[in-house]
Design a protein around this ligand. Structure first.
Ligand SMILES: Nc1ncnc2c1ncn2[C@@H]1O[C@H](COP(=O)(O)OP(=O)(O)OP(=O)(O)O)[C@@H](O)[C@H]1O
Ligand SMILES: [Mg+2]
Length: 144
């Protein structure tokens, strides 16, 4: 039987993924979620702090432009009325095992909530797979 990852070399013939590969056949599905959150940029440090307090350290952060239900606002620029529909937000992506979902949501809410409109939103998506590229580990073991 060939390696599940490179599919060229048989197991045990020097393929670097040999040790990790048997886990492929044993992993369970449906145990991971991808949490996407849009927050106010100035709340990022507080959210990170709240995540660290719950031992959640792995996160991807990107700049985003977004529009919530207010749909933006109107401002004057050089005497002209300009509609600003997209506001600066931070997009967080955090992949977790299911037992960390509530903790992650709690941390984001704790760090990001001011009570004002535009505080942000959290989406929880089912996640089929996670692969640690270096080792070939997959699934719940690859996340942490
Ligand atoms: N349904 C959605 N789909 C995709 N992105 C969304 C959605 N709702 C909100 N966002 C993203 O989240 C950001 C923050 O949303 P926001 O907090 O303004 O939501 P809201 O529904 O308008 O709630 P609030 O009334 O508290 O402002 C938006 O700028 C956008 O980037
Ligand atoms: Mg809004």
């Amino acid at each position: 039987m060939n390696c599940n990852i490179c599919s060229i070399l048989p197991f045990g013939t020097g393929c670097a993924t040999y040790i990790a590969s048997p886990r492929l056949t044993r992993r369970k599905k449906g145990k991971m979620k991808l949490i996407i959150a849009y927050i106010q940029p100035e709340r990022l440090n507080a959210v990170k702090q709240a995540l660290y307090e719950r031992e959640i350290y792995k996160i991807s952060v990107t700049n985003a432009l977004g529009c919530g239900r207010q749909g933006g606002y109107v401002k004057m620029y050089r005497g002209a009325v300009e509609e600003v529909t997209l506001l600066k937000k931070m997009r967080l992506a955090i992949a977790v095992n299911d037992d960390y979902v509530e903790k992650t949501i709690d941390a984001i809410v704790e760090g990001a909530r001011t009570g004002e409109i535009g505080d942000g939103k959290i989406f929880v998506l089912p996640m089929d797979e996670c692969v640690r590229i270096r080792t070939g580990e997959r699934g719940p073991e690859a996340i942490g």
